[in-house]
Design a protein around this ligand. Structure first.
Ligand SMILES: C[S@@+](CC[C@H](N)C(=O)[O-])C[C@H]1O[C@@H](n2cnc3c(N)ncnc32)[C@H](O)[C@@H]1O
Length: 215
């Protein structure tokens, strides 16, 4: 089986088993302070790997209620759950497939690209960061949150436990990759919270320059 098929199967099963509600509740405790601090926007939001769609729904109903919301999710079952949450809204589109091979509609750029607990499922994290950075509108922001990284003792055995290959970067490599992708004001913060969620979440964020940068 290919790596992406392994990951897809894992999350299809997860969604069918319990709707990923426990995972969503634990993640929301760490995501909520980040998303609730955002300004409301009439622009475009992209979420990579929304899972059961808890953050997507929040964004679509509040911060980007007057904007446009799109998501790309590898697992059909997770995508179905996300779609159910926002079925009454007309400002949301969800695509099923891998972000790495996904094509944004021609000319579409995003003012915010967000992802929680997804990027270490990519075999090539740098390629995913570069792709996300390219999809940002001038002045747009990329926010990537992960619990699985080299300094995190609590997550050390996840790859074995889940039975899928995960990419374990040190925290600094996320910072470096954001900068290498041309993003500015790159910073990291640590988030905790949740009842069962052990370890800490690293949140890396950076902005595409408002004007093109020349050497
Ligand atoms: C650990 S779950 C996190 C889900 C959600 N963001 C959350 O915070 O609960 C990882 C999600 O990323 C999705 N995913 C993994 N690889 C992906 C890829 N290449 N493209 C798009 N989504 C992907 C999985 O299907 C799954 O829904």
């Amino acid at each position: 089986m290919s790596h992406e098929l392994d990951v897809e199967t894992l999350f299809d099963e997860w969604a069918i088993e319990d709707g990923a509600v426990d995972m969503a509740r634990e993640h929301w405790a760490r995501v909520e302070p980040v998303l609730s601090a955002l300004e409301s926007s009439e622009g475009r939001y992209l979420e990579i790997g929304p899972g059961n769609g808890y953050a997507l729904e929040y964004i679509a109903r509040s911060k980007f209620a007057k904007g446009y919301v799109r998501a790309v999710e590898l697992s059909q079952e997770m995508a179905n759950m996300s779609a159910t949450r926002v079925q009454d809204l007309d400002n949301v589109d969800i695509d099923v497939g891998s972000f790495l091979s996904w094509h944004a509609p021609a000319g579409m750029q995003f003012d915010l690209i967000f992802s929680m607990e997804v990027f270490y499922y990519f075999e090539d994290i740098a390629a995913a960061i570069e792709k996300a950075a390219r999809l940002l509108a001038p002045g747009g922001e990329l926010i990537v949150m992960v619990d699985y990284y080299e300094e995190s003792e609590d997550s050390r055995d996840w790859s074995q436990e889940l039975g899928v290959k995960l990419t374990r970067w040190p925290q600094n490599r996320y910072l470096d990759a954001f900068k290498a992708a041309g993003l500015q004001s790159v910073k990291q913060e640590i988030k905790s919270g949740g009842v069962q969620e052990f370890g800490l979440t690293v949140c890396t964020r950076g902005r595409k320059p408002s004007k093109p940068v020349h050497d």
